[in-house]
Design a protein around this ligand. Structure first.
Ligand SMILES: [Zn+2]
Length: 62
């Protein structure tokens, strides 16, 4: 995914910074412990579509 595109994206919940997880193809907000899916290269920035991070994932900050 384009890094510039990611820089434009903010968490829809807290408007904070998102981290790209290339392995899972998700955008992660550690503040809310939510992961937003990227489908067909398009980030789905909906809280209703987001997954809650596991405790391990929350601790795994890069
Ligand atoms: Zn957030």
């Amino acid at each position: 995914m384009d890094k510039k595109l990611i820089a434009l994206l903010a968490c829809p919940v807290c408007k904070g910074e998102l981290k790209l997880d290339r392995d899972r193809n998700e955008l992660i907000c550690y503040q809310d412990a939510m992961a937003f899916p990227i489908r067909d290269g398009i980030p789905v920035m909906l809280a209703s579509e987001a997954r809650t991070l596991t405790t391990d994932e929350r601790l795994d900050k890069h």
